[in-house]
Design a protein around this ligand. Sequence first.
Ligand code: HSE
Length: 433
Amino acid sequence: MDIKEYRIGFIGMGTVASGVVDALRKNGGLISSRSGLKLTPVAAAVRRLDAKRDCNLDGVEIGTDPMAVVRNPKVDIVVELIGGTGVAREVVMEALRLGKPVVTANKALICEFGSEIFAAAASTHAGVFYEASVAGGIPILKALREGLAGNDIISIRAILNGTSNYILSQMGKGASFAAALAKAQEMGYAEADPTLDVDGGDASHKAAILASLAYGNWFHSDLVYTRGIRDMAVADMEFAAQCGYRIKLLANIRKDSQGRVNIAVEPTLVPEDSPIGTTMNAYNGIKICGDVVGDTMFYGQGAGRDATASAVLADLLEAGWALSSGTLAWQSGFTRFTGCTGLAPHSEAFSRWYIRFSVLDTPKTLAHVCGAIGDSGVSISSISHKPGADGAIPTMILTHKASRAQIEAAREAIECLSVTDGKVTIYRLDDLD
Ligand code: HSE
């Protein structure tokens, strides 16, 4: 087999990039014999020349100027792994202007500036490859674009942030939120700014990308209903467990009967014995339902050096194949199609719900509370109500399906009742059927 060589320039040589270089050194022979491609790291731009690097950089020119790497005539493919939307956006746009394919793991960049980036890639017939931006090592973008290409996608339910899943797994064993976050940071899971992990921003970027590929519209993450896990209490995990549920930070992407898409990322009760419910620690789990295939489940490490490097390698091979076969023009990164009719308002999101509050132990308390919930059009499925030590009775209600608007109306009504303490916690509940 003729082997074609493509030379790679890295923007950033941190954890993931060093994993890519390592894997190319380790599996280069296998990759060449499988693909007919030789992928050779030749240049890298780094922030600090003296930083210790966790890979063999022999033969790689190292400098501090990202644009010099992009414009280096020896570089055929640019790998952007610095993150952020400042310098990263400039280098990606310059690479595409020069007609060089770009591989990136940068979900914020793709999510926020996707339209501009894909237009640039289309106009110069360069390619944009971003498998590593969603769910680390799980090849979920390829699954949606290729493996499930013949399906109308009915729904996607997914754990897309490993850090928050790790924190919730620890809280399920009784740890406080603060202690679990500190442990996640110690393990190296959390983003540099853990706000993105725990407040749902990271998962919401990833959900917007998945929804865009599933439904053919480019959805900005501002359109995602986003609620993180910062306020979660161990008590809620315990209540959920009593009913056979676990609470996960779940992305819920679905198309309604009118063809409108709703995208939400929020703490959600899921059956504890389901594949999503048993996705623990820093793992990601993605359930996609297509009209032809039915349910599919993807599981794997959603973050980390080698898992993310695996996705970058796959993209490098795809970029190399496109270069060698002259098909790069087909790789603009995103092509619109008519997979949906638009967006459904968040107020119409239709689901079961979990409600928790405390009430006084007085006559007709439950009658008042249940009346308020029923008056909001919400039907109760079960109620748990056990006296506590201080006279206040923790009460947990699981509902049948109702809209988000109806459950918010129920919240207001309960909060106004004099028999409650005015604090109502509500989470979505998804039986994943
Ligand atoms: N910090 C992310 C996570 C990984 O915990 O899943 C990168 O997106």
